[in-house]
Design a protein around this ligand. Structure first.
Ligand code: ATP
Ligand code: MG
Length: 367
């Protein structure tokens, strides 16, 4: 038995220690951010849970080691157990505008066709799902709805009741504009028809159906846009606030000029640009162009994916690289991109003012 110095650690002491630890991206401490719960103390054994703002948190290890060290220093502590869970914060503008159970929407675009938008979209979606997020993918590419093929699904389940049910693959909910229209027909659609089809893909689809036990809604909906800067982008952005946009480009100059236009289009629609992905890097198209463009345009560079036959094969076979070759270098790039995107979503949502309790009515008219 020791006398003198107190050897009893208390919950208050644990909280005080954790209030010195910063969330590295949100730049506020874990306690202020409400991330610490379930503190349990048994003799000198302390355990607690940290609730991350995304299961795809790239800095989990850093948070863990700093939190562990801070608590281990407290008097009387013998052992520290750090558990993690995650609660993805919502972009509240979405729920304020549309009654859909979707927390965040990330649009994937490109100035030019054929650069790998769909490939990036499916790998990003599946990677986020593999990390524990609830994810959907919406194929809004009227000219080439390829998401079903790359996800290995051919149709949605039969419609029962009022809403359409998304297909599922690799734990991801999949909905495609191609499910709504016969092949080829949509090519001649004009703006208003496209707009109403895109609206249906949000409002007439039972995303994250609570009766299926999925509860709180999709953490992330990835939207694969058609190439270019046309009607679909405009419709989508008018319909629902987009949490962020990603631009895919190949490394050569002609693609980069288009990528620039894609970024400008997002900016004009007030969609935060989360960054550029360089795809198909290697001997054929070169390398580094996407990174330079990101630098020149002042947007984040998210990663470089090489031109790899296995990626094309996975696309054709309906098995995204992160599933077919999880140990490959390219799968690791897709996972890193997923983490960077998830972290940006957390930061963007933390910067926004909290959601109003009820929708605020704007006074219109006379001024
Ligand atoms: N890094 C890569 N290595 C090898 N093949 C790739 C890579 N990225 C994409 N591909 C292949 O290139 C083709 C075009 O890719 P994808 O369909 O993803 O592009 P996209 O930008 O969505 O095209 P579109 O404008 O037609 O919608 C596909 O066959 C795909 O499998
Ligand atoms: Mg595509």
């Amino acid at each position: 038995m020791l006398f003198g110095k107190s050897t009893h650690v208390t919950k208050e002491m644990v909280l005080a220690a954790l209030s010195k630890i910063q969330e590295p991206e949100l730049h506020r401490d874990l306690v202020t951010l409400n991330m610490v719960k379930e503190i349990e103390i048994a003799e000198g054994d302390v355990s607690f849970t940290i609730t991350l703002t995304t299961p795809a948190c790239p800095l989990r290890n850093q948070i863990e080691s700093e939190a562990r060290a801070a608590v281990a220093k407290l008097p009387g502590v013998r052992q520290v157990t750090v558990k993690f869970d995650a609660q993805v914060r919502a972009d509240h503008r979405i729920g304020a505008k549309l009654n859909v159970p979707i927390k965040n929407i990330i649009a994937v675009g490109s100035g030019k066709g054929g650069v790998g938008k769909t490939t990036v979209s499916v790998n990003l979606a599946v990677a986020l799902g593999q990390m524990g997020a609830k994810v959907g993918i919406l194929d809004a590419d009227i000219y080439g709805p390829n998401v079903p093929m790359m996800m290995g699904v051919s149709e949605m389940p039969p419609v029962v009741g009022e809403k359409m049910t998304p297909a599922t693959a690799y734990g991801i909910e999949v909905m495609s504009i191609g499910f709504l229209v016969p092949e080829g027909e949509a090519l001649v659609w004009r703006g208003p028809m496209l707009h109403s089809a895109i609206r249906q893909l949000f409002t007439d689809v039972a995303w994250s159906d609570p009766s299926a036990g999925s509860g709180q809604g999709l953490d992330y909906l990835i939207v694969d846009l058609p190439p270019g800067t046309g009607d679909a982008q405009l419709s989508l952005a008018q319909l629902v606030p987009l949490t962020g946009g990603i631009i895919v480009t190949t490394p050569q100059a002609v693609s980069l000029a288009d990528a620039r236009r894609g970024i400008t289009a997002f900016q004009r629609l007030e969609v935060p640009v989360m960054g550029i992905i360089e795809n198909m890097a290697g001997e054929v198209f070169g390398e580094g162009g996407g990174e330079h463009a990101a630098e020149a345009l002042g947007v984040p560079f998210l990663g470089r994916v090489c031109l790899e036959p296995s990626i094309r094969q996975g696309g054709d076979a309906g098995e995204p690289a992160v599933v077919a070759q999880p140990d490959s270098e390219q799968a690791a790039v897709f996972r890193a991109v997923a983490q960077k995107v998830a972290a940006q979503v957390s930061v963007l949502n933390a910067r926004r003012p909290a959601a109003p309790r009820s929708p605020i009515k704007l006074e219109m008219g006379a001024s």
